[in-house]
Design a protein around this ligand. Structure first.
Ligand code: ZN
Length: 245
């Protein structure tokens, strides 16, 4: 009479082991890396084996995507954006203008302290390709210095304004130039829904989304994009995670 009871226990334990493995698998998708949350979501139900088999078939694919924000720090919009990203457990990359960092160092410092990556977006937001080599290098090097003075870190990435760089920068500045793969066009639109729909259908693994922390439309659209793509299994990461091999 004991044998069936023992067998049932083994089946239950195997079911629990499957559940833990499944939750570890799903846990990789969570931006907070929380396996506990996944265990709670899966729930220690009775028909564990059957449920785990079904959920394995429906498992969301782990995909990474990067939000990037240009033109900050903005004294009106950057901090509400940081608040919402923190609530959602999302890290992003901010390409800052050196001149604006000088005006609002406390916001730039907060960006760094909250785990976001900071990149260089020139000192006066100028078309670098229109400048002399000396002027273009100044735009980049001065911004690097200002960001270092405020955050203690030199930026690794450069996004030239308007996507136009200068050949002298490649020679003189050991930086990685990064553009984008999806343009939200938030800089040209004041309709949140349109900005969101410029991004969602284009989303794919390792995509880089261009946005600006320069309007309430952009901030609201960013939150909507995060909420939507998280439901589709995307993990929001900083540029270094997208670009590192
Ligand atoms: Zn810009």
């Amino acid at each position: 009479m004991r044998e069936p009871v023992r067998r049932r226990r083994w089946i239950f334990l195997l079911g629990v082991a499957d559940l833990v493995l499944l939750c570890l698998f799903f846990g990789r998708c969570d931006s907070d890396g929380s396996v506990t949350a996944c265990v709670e979501a899966c729930g220690p139900k009775a028909d564990v084996v059957a449920e785990t088999t079904m959920q394995m078939d429906e498992a969301p694919e782990c995909k990474r995507i990067a939000l990037t924000f240009d033109d900050g720090p903005n004294h009106i919009y950057t901090e509400p954006l940081l608040d919402g990203l923190k609530e959602r457990g999302v890290k992003a990359t901010f390409f800052l203008i050196g001149n604006e960092v000088e005006k609002h160092p406390e916001i730039a410092r907060r960006i760094a302290e909250e785990g976001h990556v900071i990149g260089n977006h020139s000192f006066y937001h100028v078309d670098l390709s229109s400048l002399s080599a000396e002027e273009a290098i100044f735009q980049v090097s001065r911004t690097n210095e200002v960001i270092y003075e405020v955050t203690g870190q030199y930026p690794q990435y450069l996004r030239p304004p308007f996507g136009r760089s200068h050949p002298a920068i490649t020679c003189e500045q050991p930086m990685i130039e990064v553009l984008w793969t999806i343009d939200s066009r938030d800089w040209a639109l004041d309709d949140v829904g349109t900005v969101v729909m410029n991004v969602i259908p284009e989303a794919e693994d390792n995509a880089i989304i261009l946005m600006h922390d320069a309007s309430s439309t952009s901030v609201a659209a960013a939150f909507s994009i995060v909420d939507n793509l998280k439901q589709k299994g995307y993990d929001f990461v900083t540029l270094d995670e997208i670009l590192s091999p």
